[in-house]
Structures are given as structure tokens and as C-alpha cells.
Design a protein around this ligand. Structure first.
Ligand SMILES: Nc1ncnc2c1ncn2[C@@H]1O[C@H](COP(=O)(O)OP(=O)(O)OP(=O)(O)O)[C@@H](O)[C@H]1O
Ligand SMILES: [Mg+2]
Length: 144
């Protein structure tokens, strides 16, 4: 059972607010007192999945659940969806527009980075309907 559950809205194409959700997630995990490496890994995944909703998705939500032995992030959006998930997971694959690349995004490294940092990654997506990315992290040694 989660002892902390919090949901955050993500606004597509809002590059002013972009990244704020993952900063809030990081702050909450610090307050709880998790070890630095776990906070780093969850924050990286929160940031990359948040940015994917901003850049490629539709109206979205990040749901953070913290339990005694795991942290789970569920990031959903009702955007265009991912046509080929295997392909999207390849390093360097990106459908980002020229405009987005000019802002420094679109290297095609977000999902591969999530894959490296989460203990478990599940992606569900339907073209034209949206995307659900679930990431989970094992909690090992809690700092007292
Ligand atoms: N929420 C989403 N909705 C629709 N498509 C997505 C979503 N997330 C990822 N994708 C697709 O998967 C591709 C790969 O995503 P990934 O995060 O690896 O790279 P990127 O976002 O293009 O670039 P980077 O993350 O390096 O800035 C994207 O270019 C896009 O086509
Ligand atoms: Mg990305």
C-alpha cells in the first residue's frame, strides 16, 4: 500500500513549465529521505517522461506512488501515441520536430535513459489515443 500518492498535471508544449513536475518529485523524495542514488534515478525518469509528454504527448499526468519497498511513476497522456514502441526505445530514434531540436531536445535518448535508470519499465500506447509509461524502483536501504 502506498503511503504517499500524488498526481501532477503536465501541459503539452508548455516549455516554460516543462521540468517543474520532476523537480517537485525530486523534492518530495528528498523530504522522505531516500538515498541519493534512488532519488537521482527516479528524478531522471520523471524528467524524461515529463519532457516526452511536453514534446510529443497530449494533456498528461504524472502519478507518484511511494510505498515501503518501491517507488512507482505512472505517466499518462492522451496524445498521438507511439506507433512502434521497440523503435522508440532505440538510442537515437526521435520524431522531434526541427523546432524542438533547436531547443536542444530530440536526441532520442530519453526512453533509453529511462530504461537504464528504472528497475522496471512498461510502455502501453495506442496510436491516436495516448501513452502510459510505468516505471518502478526498488527501495533498498532507507536512511533513518
Ligand atoms: N508520450 C509520448 N507520446 C508520443 N510519442 C512519444 C512519447 N514519448 C516518446 N515518444 C516517441 O518516442 C520517441 C523517442 O523518445 P525519446 O524520449 O527516447 O527521445 P526524444 O524525446 O525524441 O529525444 P530526447 O528525449 O533525447 O530529447 C520520440 O521521438 C517520440 O516519437
Ligand atoms: Mg524524450
Amino acid at each position: 500500500m502506498p503511503y504517499l500518492e500524488k498526481s501532477f498535471g503536465i501541459v503539452p508544449l508548455d516549455f516554460v513549465k516543462a521540468g517543474e513536475v520532476s523537480i517537485q518529485v525530486q523534492g518530495l523524495l528528498k523530504t522522505i529521505g531516500f538515498e541519493a542514488d534512488l532519488i537521482r534515478r527516479v528524478s531522471v525518469c520523471a524528467y524524461e517522461s515529463e519532457m516526452n509528454v511536453v514534446m510529443h504527448g497530449g494533456d498528461g499526468t504524472l502519478m507518484l506512488r511511494v510505498g515501503s519497498d518501491e517507488v512507482v511513476l505512472d505517466v499518462t497522456d492522451d496524445g498521438q501515441g507511439i506507433e512502434d514502441i521497440e523503435l522508440a526505445l532505440q538510442e537515437g530514434y526521435s520524431t522531434a520536430s526541427e523546432e524542438i531540436r533547436e531547443m536542444g531536445f530530440g536526441a532520442g535518448m530519453g526512453l533509453p535513459n529511462i530504461k537504464k535508470n528504472a528497475d522496471l519499465l512498461e510502455i502501453y500506447s495506442e496510436k491516436g489515443k495516448g501513452t502510459h509509461v510505468r516505471m518502478s524502483f526498488k527501495v533498498k536501504n532507507r536512511k533513518e
